[in-house]
Design a protein around this ligand. Structure first.
Ligand SMILES: [Zn+2]
Length: 684
């Protein structure tokens, strides 16, 4: 029975953090502790919110905005440890707790955003903001907070609030239905093959298909399924054109097969509700609502980026197709080149042009050396250093602890890293914070962590990485730097608290330093001989990066443009699929390439609204990172000190303390243009 009385938040190891280096004492935390501490911490936060909203004094920054930002400390502490455990080292007890805690948290925070007395105080400050003599960061935090309330409907009348709540509820349940329909279509379709049908397929794919067949009760056979991890390699390697066609048609029709799992009307209803929501909140379109607090700001700005890329991608894809058709003809095919041929012949071309084996590269990419490279680059660019502390208890013995120091030796914060895969860890790689860094109140030093899923080597052997894994390590470390270098006053704008289309800049940019020659020469050393990677191998690795860019850019950008077309209009189309077809026709979409995500299966934008009117952000970030790295290349020095300092100050240290456009311009002297990204992708 969870009891809130039994928990003393001022003494509990989950909330007081009195272990070594100011970390929680993980040796004193049991799985059974979370539930009671959560309840007590939620209660404590409610009391704090009540005190702020019920305060009889005139609202001030201190008694309202700062009190709101600093409130809920115990809840932050227990949450950060809990979500770390839920991702990096879970078990059945933690999973059960997740199901219990998620709805509690969402009710808690939605009650805060609906708190009318609280909003009245924020609004009072906001209306007087010009006379309060606020510094720029405080003014921005006030404006963001106010906008956050308004976007949750704080300014609507009772009827409007009711309608908004019901729209949100309907959207959330439609989003769930969309995802479940898609899943059902992916689960229910399989093409069962026998040994004789497997021409061209590599071993890893055969074994994945054998397992998929066995799971579907057809042991001894092989299943093509609609999971991307089987569908894509199958269409890349299968010599059987007839089977590739069947798989292609099934894959692109997911969510559009009629019957109970068809997503057509789900999409139509969602688009209608989104348009209505935008109108209710006073925006011209749903895209305008979603883009309001991003770097791009408007659908027009998104088009300024995507349109020129689209032109170049079409040109590149057309010339690539000519080459692929030549290959197909040489291989004796006299059929019209079709969408299910593209990946297959592209792979043939890749093998012909860039024949090299990942296995050749791996011995040069030792995990410990790549970690050193990450640290080394951070030291050269930003002056910070890392010292490992052994023997400190964390959530798992594999996690390592590093003290991060400023150039003058003072402590900046902590970096924790947990590199190896294990059954208790979810897949993927990510960065998060146990604590963010800020100056408000007593201040807080950042405690940032990275989680990876590299294969653990046998005892005594060095872990070796693939190029992609080494890139992932740099990527997540770039996010970690965003957290560790943060230098702001207010918690809500610290570290990675920036807009969706800016947050991948620090991470994607950092990846560029992995392949800087000086870094490879120093750190990419052969595990046995200690010799650096031969130049010829480096060149091949770099050249292979741009291969296939025409296809990849067309399939991605088509999806981004259709997403924007749906959401930038003030109303919703009656027939979304017809609208999709018309939009693609206007774009001159080649019939030999399909959208990466067609409407009935576009989970990014319909399974919840995470990336609705936002699929473009992946490319936006890529434009930023390519343009930002080009700034270094233009100086001829990848570690140019003056530029590195501008980068630190305006990107890695600034969090969301200023508008992203302002930050980027302060670093670069201008807004980015897509040129560098197009060069990086090999489109020009
Ligand atoms: Zn990322």
């Amino acid at each position: 029975m969870p009891s809130t009385k039994a928990v003393d938040l001022a003494a509990h190891p989950l909330t007081t953090w009195q272990g070594p280096l100011g970390l929680p004492d993980f040796t004193r935390i049991g799985d059974g502790d979370f539930s009671g501490v959560f309840d007590a911490a939620l209660k404590a936060h409610e009391t704090e919110i009540e005190a702020i909203s019920g305060n009889a004094e005139t609202p001030t920054v201190e008694n309202t905005l700062a009190a709101l930002e600093l409130g809920g400390e115990a809840l932050d502490h227990v949450s950060s440890i809990f979500w770390c455990r839920a991702g990096a080292h879970t078990n059945e007890a933690i999973q059960a707790l997740e199901r219990e805690i998620s709805p509690k948290m969402s009710r808690h925070f939605s009650a805060i955003s609906m708190n009318e007395r609280l909003f009245a105080r924020i609004d009072d400050l906001y209306q007087r903001r010009e006379t309060l003599k606020l510094d720029a960061e405080t003014l921005r935090v006030l404006e963001k907070t106010w906008k956050g309330f308004v976007r949750s409907g704080a300014k609507l009348d009772a009827e409007g609030k009711k309608r908004l709540a019901s729209i949100n509820e309907e959207l959330s349940s439609l989003g769930t239905t969309f995802g479940q329909n898609l899943l059902a279509d992916e689960r229910d379709w399989a093409l069962f093959l026998d040994e004789a049908d497997l021409a061209g397929l590599p071993e890893f794919l055969k074994s994945a298909m054998a397992e998929a067949a066995e799971m579907r009760g057809q042991k001894g056979r092989y299943a093509v399924t609609l999971s991307r991890s089987i569908y894509e390699p199958f269409s890349t390697f299968s010599e059987r054109r007839d089977l590739r066609e069947i798989a292609f048609r099934a894959f692109t029709m997911r969510g559009q097969n009629g019957g109970a799992t068809d997503n057509t009307t789900v999409v139509r209803d969602m688009l209608r509700l989104r348009a209505e929501k935008a109108k209710l909140l006073g925006y011209a379109s749903f895209a305008a609502l979603k883009l309001d607090d991003t770097m791009a700001k408007t659908p027009e700005a998104v088009h300024t980026l995507l349109d020129p890329v689209w032109e170049k991608a079409l040109e590149k894809a057309a010339s690539d197709q000519t080459e692929l058709q030549r290959l197909a003809a040489e291989a004796g095919s006299n059929e019209k080149f079709a969408a299910w041929d593209w990946r297959f012949y592209q792979e043939k071309l890749r093998a012909e042009k860039f024949a090299f084996d990942e296995a050749e590269l791996k011995p040069y990419l030792q995990l410990d050396r790549v970690i050193d490279a990450c640290f080394d680059v951070a030291t050269r660019l930003f002056g910070i250093t890392f010292e490992e502390k052994k023997g400190i208890a964390t959530w798992h013995p594999d996690a390592r602890v590093f003290v991060v120091r400023n150039a003058d030796g003072s402590e900046r914060g902590l970096f924790l890293a947990d590199y190896f895969a294990r059954p208790s860890k979810r897949s993927g790689a990510w960065m998060s914070a146990l604590k963010s860094g800020y100056k408000l109140g007593h201040g807080s030093k950042p405690v940032i962590y990275n989680i990876m899923n590299f294969a653990k080597p046998p005892e005594g052997e060095a872990a070796l990485l693939s190029v992609d894994e080494a890139k992932t390590l740099f990527h997540e470390f770039g996010h970690a730097l965003h957290g560790m270098l943060t230098d702001v006053t207010w918690p809500s704008v610290a570290g990675t608290s920036v807009s969706r289309d800016f947050v991948e800049l620090p991470s994607q940019l950092y990846e560029h330093w992995l392949t800087v020659p000086a870094v490879l020469e120093k750190h990419a050393l052969h595990v046995k001989t200690g010799k650096p990677m031969p130049k010829a191998l480096v060149d091949k690795m770099l050249a292979a990066r741009t291969f296939g860019a025409g296809f990849a850019t067309v399939e991605f950008t088509a999806s981004a443009l259709v997403d924007m077309a749906y959401h930038a209009r003030p109303d919703a189309p009656n027939q979304p699929l017809r609208f999709e077809a018309e939009t693609l026709e206007k774009l001159d979409m080649p019939d030999t390439i399909a959208m990466r995500h067609r409407t009935p299966q576009f989970g990014h934008i319909f399974s919840g609204d995470g990336y609705s009117a936002g699929y473009y952000s992946y490319m936006w970030s890529e434009v930023l990172d390519a343009d930002a790295f080009a700034a270094f290349e233009e100086t001829g020095d990848p570690f140019n000190p003056a530029l590195a300092e501008r980068l630190r100050k305006n990107v890695y240290a600034a969090g969301g303390s200023k508008d992203a456009e302002e930050l980027y311009t302060a670093f670069r002297g201008k807004m980015p243009s897509p040129e560098a990204m197009m060069v990086k992708r090999g489109l020009v």
